[in-house]
Design a protein around this ligand. Structure first.
Ligand code: MG
Length: 143
């Protein structure tokens, strides 16, 4: 972790932690997120889903999260998180995830676990084992 760790790490679910509801997580996803949280970084799940659906999914994988949000629009949740907790990051796989982060003024990290193209203007990672490098880049970019 950097000298000043993120105030939170928020993650999208489908395409970021798992390929889709009900499927196995991406390799190293749970271990990486668990390690981060064990180091003291609050972990938040923000998914475009019914609240009960995403709560059940997080429980299914026994992921310890500080907050779980199932919403239609991620930007207001991200803005609330930033206001309440300070400078965190949002990790997601779609352009709309990046747009939500931008709208909330929260640094974005692109998950490219399916090997799709890089958006080009955000730190990215292809495997969860490489997440921390992208996280550090996102934090360095905002100073
Ligand atoms: Mg997604």
């Amino acid at each position: 972790m950097p000298a000043s760790p993120p105030a939170f790490v928020a993650v999208d679910w489908n395409g970021t932690v798992v390929p889709f509801f009900g499927l196995d997580p991406y390799p190293d996803a749970l271990a990486t997120l668990g390690r981060l949280r064990a180091s003291g970084v609050p972990l938040v799940v923000v998914s475009r889903a019914h609240p009960r659906t995403i709560r059940d999914e997080v429980a299914r994988l026994a992921l310890d999260a500080d907050e779980v949000h199932g919403v239609l629009d991620k930007a207001p949740v991200l803005a609330d998180l930033a206001a309440a907790r300070g400078r965190g990051v949002f990790v997601g796989d779609t352009a709309s995830d990046q747009a939500a982060a931008r709208a909330a003024d929260v640094p974005f990290v692109q998950a490219r676990l399916e090997g799709g193209p890089a958006f080009g203007d955000a730190p990215d990672f292809l495997r969860w084992a490489d997440f921390e490098t992208a996280l550090l880049a996102a934090l360095a970019a905002v100073g």
